[in-house]
Design a protein around this ligand. Structure first.
Ligand SMILES: *[C@@H]1O[C@H](CO)[C@@H](O)[C@H](O)[C@H]1NC(C)=O
Ligand SMILES: *[C@@H]1O[C@H](CO)[C@@H](O)[C@H](O)[C@H]1NC(C)=O
Ligand SMILES: *[C@@H]1O[C@H](CO)[C@@H](O)[C@H](O)[C@H]1NC(C)=O
Length: 271
């Protein structure tokens, strides 16, 4: 613990080696460069999680978190998490979030990620409750109190510890790709009134003109029922997280209680 603490204290200074300096006094240390993912190693940044051409989030096979950082100040993040449902423990909701943009190591050792605000996406799905999914823009600047890159003694691969703004540790992530696997770091979804002359013409042309209406980030964003899949053809805004998969997550959460309550038939087990 002592070793760990002193290591963490020394890290901000080590980071300065080989780091570039930004105009704001922040730096981009190289030890954090790469694509990192939690143990499930199934949620990864890049085209496997968000498809900007169809404007869809693609559901990974397991929940997890992934961050990618480049040495020139770009980041991308992918979250796929189950949300416990206290009223119906076997029936959790799930959330997928994707963002990319700029990151920097601040002078006090904290990290700031600043997303490109028109590009972030969130999909919230609670199939058991109401069988609805809500697909919206997502724009959340994040501050991490500090980070530490070490070699994991058990797996012998680089591991990243990120600490939230309040100092609480996030799930440990391991290095999956270096250089990182990321989507283009430029704005993927330029708005009609925005940078219409940007170089990403193809995407601008395909645009989000149809999708823009329901993508407003509002608490009362439109809800779509499961029967509305046809609407997906219009703007690709109707998305569903696989309810069966969520059910499995719920089962893991409730353990044997869930199994006994729901019975073996629901599990597809023939006794
Ligand atoms: C994680 O997944 C990637 C891509 O499938 C693979 O290349 C890598 O070896 C995996 N890493 C671990 C630690 O399982
Ligand atoms: C560290 O610096 C960042 C960026 O300047 C700032 O937002 C944050 O509040 C600072 N944290 C502390 C603990 O001072
Ligand atoms: C995105 O978040 C930032 C920081 O909170 C805010 O300044 C900006 O206006 C937001 N953009 C949109 C489109 O909501």
């Amino acid at each position: 613990m002592l070793l760990y603490t002193s290591l963490a204290a020394a890290l901000p200074f080590l980071h300065l080696i080989g780091a570039q300096t930004t105009t704001s006094g922040g730096t981009w240390p190289t030890d954090i460069v790469g694509t990192w993912s939690t143990k499930s190693n199934q949620t990864l940044t890049g085209p496997g999680f968000y498809d900007p051409f169809t404007d869809r989030l693609i559901e990974p096979s397991r929940t997890g978190i992934s961050y990618s950082f480049t040495s020139d100040g770009h980041f991308e993040e992918a979250y796929y998490r189950a949300i416990a449902n206290p009223a119906m423990p076997s029936c959790p909701s799930a959330i997928m979030q994707w963002q990319h943009g700029a990151w920097v190591l601040n002078a006090n050792g904290s990290l700031t990620t600043t997303p490109i605000d028109v590009d972030g996406r969130q999909l919230l799905s609670s199939p058991c409750d109401s069988d609805t999914s809500v697909y919206t823009r997502y724009n959340q600047t994040e501050l991490f109190e500090r980070y530490a890159v070490t070699t994991d003694p058990y797996h012998n691969i680089p591991r990243l510890d990120l600490f939230s703004f309040d100092g609480s540790p996030m799930n440990v992530m391991y290095l999956v790709y270096s250089p990182p696997q990321m989507l283009p770091t430029t704005t993927l979804n330029p708005t009609a009134t925005g940078t219409a002359t940007s170089t990403s013409k193809a995407k601008a042309k395909r645009g989000l003109d149809n999708a823009d209406v329901p993508l407003n980030w509002k608490p009362n964003a439109q809800f779509f029922g499961a029967g509305d899949r046809g609407a997906a053809a219009d703007g690709g805004v109707v998305h569903h997280i696989n309810a069966d998969r969520l059910w499995w997550i719920g089962l893991a959460m409730t353990g044997m209680g869930g199994l006994l309550y729901l019975g073996p038939r629901r599990m597809g087990i023939t006794l």
